[in-house]
Design a protein. Sequence first.
Length: 365
Amino acid sequence: MKQDRNFSMSGRSTSPQLKTQKTQKLNKNLYSQQSSSCKTNSKSQEKQPLQPKEKERKILNFIKELEVQQQKEIINQKLIHLYLKDAQILLPINEDQDYSELRRQLHYHQNYHQNFSSSMISEYVYLGYSLSNQQISYKLRAKMINWMIEVLGNYSETTSDATFFRSISIMDYYLKKTIFQYTDNQLHLIGITSMFIATKIEDIYQIPLQDFVTRICHNEYSISKIKEMEQSILETLNFEITFPTALDFLKNIFYQCFSLNDNPYLQNILDTSIYILKMCLHDYSMTSFNLYTLASSSLIYSITDFVNKNYLNNQQIIINQFQNKIVQIFQIDQIELNLCEKNLQDLIDTFQFKYPKLHNLRIFS
């Protein structure tokens, strides 16, 4: 009876003919299911050849590793982990002959910025003691730099920090190389013209010359007077006005330490370093140091300040690691770097006392 209940909801026994029909129907359903399963398996087997080849899979994995490495979070609890790791650690491509192109690109990535740093050193122009042959006071030079910050700050939508640093570099380089002796009264024209040249180099939308005449210097100097000074500057410098600035050195060091990264903590470190560099340019005595030494000291100070404020453990280890890395990039003399760091700390502590009326650095930063 139990067997009969499996085929009929009634308590009656089923006839042999009806049992045969139901058995045939059941077998037919089973065959249909098996056939459908076979078709599904065959379709899945047909899809397998469409998967990427082994070589392509390795290349894709390698590219993904590079993308992850570039986009990974730089600051993750400790700055000691900030250095980018070599992608070969994650994927041993050196052992595979199929990856010669990838090896070449990786080698290029590793060595490009080191070679670029050497190129910057060879093109470097020393700007120290620019007033040694001039009758211009140190304090007036500081006031000129403070005024430049205000001028360019009012054009912040079209100018950048690069314009400011280029302006100071052109002005100092000209005062250092010119055979003429200038006085305080003539520094204003030199500063205006230096900004005019710098905005044409660094900015996509340059500050119009007419703005310099009417809005910036309030018709104190005519267009012809500014162009005359521009010609004097360009000829004196032999048109060599694209040499690396302190900002160029800073950004190169920063990239080699942190690579391209939009982490807000790192951006804060960079902004602080730029602020300190601007502070250094106000002080004539600080310009006696090489620009890459100034840039290195500013970055080391910013990193040290960040580490001390945010981390409790391994502070000195982290700071020493970055200092050694930065010294290695430009082969900086350790004694000179230590002296620059000491003078930089003194300047930061006394800046407001030494320059009580110069507020534009704070206002436009």
